[in-house]
Design a protein around this ligand. Structure first.
Ligand code: G6P
Length: 493
């Protein structure tokens, strides 16, 4: 049991927090607030609710803020030693767990679980323990703790040992690996991940597809210990079983419930933000770049291996080959914002995106027409401008927990936008009916879908966009967050 006990009644834990700091030239610290679903979700419970967000200090500015004791109410940053954080975040979270859940390994040579992996795993344990200890220290009696994502899989189990009085939830924003893929991990690591996650009272996912995969993995790792129950009505659960050594009788010691909460787009915020002056300015600049009377195919992503940007470009090239009538009449506006650049594989992928875009431009471009307009500098206002202008949105990930771009575009679009959507994105479950659905590996099929999307009559496009926007906003971030909190409280009381 932690020696001191805090007062927070609702706690969130995630690697990336809602605020980060930059050291200015004069040495002062400037705070930058992050965006995204979690931030708006937490703001829904209000500043007086005794809520606390525990996150990592990620930048030099963040570490400096911790050193100087600068911070925001309701946020606690953990200054985990930089080398430990790098091993846990770059090594295990982003190079192993992210790869497993998104099925990104080139399996003839990868993965290799060697001594280096074991060294990094020890850091992942240390990093998770730092979170568990901070949460144990800050949480009031019986508080609810919502742990986020694959960075912090071990926290629920560690926290339960420190503070059995807490109600602990874990939410995965990623897909969960199919059982055969998950089982590539060393057996003890699989068990460790399950022990960690199943320390929670409730584990939740963005779709039933990922929840089901998790249940299958739990059963496969140790069927004598973890038993999935599949009742026809909700809730599903995983039972923790203990066998009596002499009588061989089984006793259920605890249950972890399985939940699904499909995060939606924040309509109110997006409508307001996308009509601000800086967005209008960027729309004018983009129109200039695209050229008069041309159609646009828009994509906006972090330059992330799972987003499938290169195959998207290849599909566009195929479109220009198969349908030369589109040459000079369409522009592919691709925003690919750098991500996880500490990892060589991400840097290589970023370079490949640039290379293929350049190749298409030199192969097909004419003095008055640049077929691909690629921007890599992160600019949210410009992303919104592109959403408003888009005739077609291309969202073709290899695998994606949800994909919020697919949900944001229909909400923001000025005149309707056809959505080309991968069947492997979580958003497919809610948006599949009104999207043009693609197999993300099939470049020819994606080119065909782009042609279909570009050719869609404007009335049909507008009708579909309305229905897509309604589906996309059905579960706003505030509700997404509150529903999880309520489910956790109801379950444990
Ligand atoms: C995904 C993960 C998040 C993560 C985000 C950005 O959406 O589920 O946990 O924060 O990617 O990745 P980064 O590595 O930049 O935090």
């Amino acid at each position: 049991m932690a020696s001191t006990q805090g007062a927070a009644q609702v706690l969130v834990a995630s690697n990336r927090g809602p605020v980060s700091y930059d050291v200015q030239e004069d040495g002062s610290l400037a705070a930058r607030r992050g965006g995204g679903g979690l931030v708006s979700g937490l703001s829904a419970i209000g500043p007086d609710a005794g809520a606390l967000w525990v996150c990592s200090a990620l930048s030099e500015g963040d570490r400096e803020a911790v050193r100087r004791g600068v911070g925001e109410d309701g946020v606690r940053m953990l200054a985990i030693p930089a080398d430990v954080h790098a091993d846990a975040y770059n090594g295990i979270a982003n190079s192993v767990l992210w790869f497993v859940h998104h099925m990104l390994y080139q399996t003839p040579l990868e993965p290799v679980f060697d001594a280096e992996f074991r060294r990094q795993w020890a850091s992942y344990e240390t990093y998770n323990r730092a979170f568990a200890e901070a949460l144990a220290e800050e949480a009031g009696e019986g508080a609810a703790v919502l742990v986020q994502d694959y960075h912090l899989c071990l926290v629920p189990g560690m926290l339960r040992e420190l503070r059995p009085d807490l109600r602990i939830g874990h939410f995965s924003h990623t897909p969960w690996a199919p059982v055969d893929y998950f089982r590539m991990l060393p057996d003890d690591i699989q068990a460790r991940l399950m022990e960690g996650m199943l320390g929670a009272d409730r584990v939740a996912f963005l779709t039933w597809r990922w929840a089901t995969a998790f249940q299958e993995c739990a059963g496969a790792v140790d069927p004598d210990r973890w038993l999935s129950t599949w009742p026809s009505g909700a809730p599903r659960a995983i039972e923790h079983v203990q066998k009596d050594g002499t009588t061989h009788q089984e006793r259920i010691t605890r249950r972890t419930l399985i939940g699904v909460h499909g995060l939606g787009a924040d309509a109110e915020f997006l409508h307001a933000r996308s009509h601000e002056a800086d967005v209008e300015e960027r729309m004018a600049a983009l129109r200039e770049e695209i050229g008069e009377g041309r159609r646009t195919i828009v994509r906006v992503d972090r330059t992330e291996l799972s987003k499938n940007i290169v195959r998207g470009l290849l599909a566009y090239r195929q479109l220009l080959d198969d349908h030369p009538e589109w040459r000079e009449r369409v522009v592919h506006v691709a925003f690919a914002y750098p991500s996880r650049q500490d990892l060589a594989v991400y840097r290589d992928y970023t370079a490949e995106v640039q290379r293929v875009a350049d190749e298409i431009n030199s192969e097909y471009g004419t003095p008055g027409w640049t077929p691909v307009v690629l921007h890599v500098k992160d600019d949210f206002a410009r992303s919104l401008a592109a959403y408003r202008l888009a005739d077609v949105a291309l969202v073709n990930p290899i695998r994606d927990g949800m994909n919020l771009v697919a949900k944001e575009v229909p909400v923001v679009s000025d005149e309707g936008c056809a959505l080309v959507l991968s069947r492997e994105a979580g958003a497919f479950q809610e948006l599949g009916k009104d999207a043009i659905v693609v197999n993300p590996y099939d470049v020819i099929g994606t080119a065909r879908a782009l042609h279909e999307a570009l050719s869609m009559p404007v009335e049909e496009r507008a009708e579909r966009t309305k229905r897509l926007a309604a589906a996309a906003t059905a579960l706003p971030p505030a509700q997404w967050f509150l529903e999880q909190l309520e489910a956790l409280r109801d379950q444990a009381s």
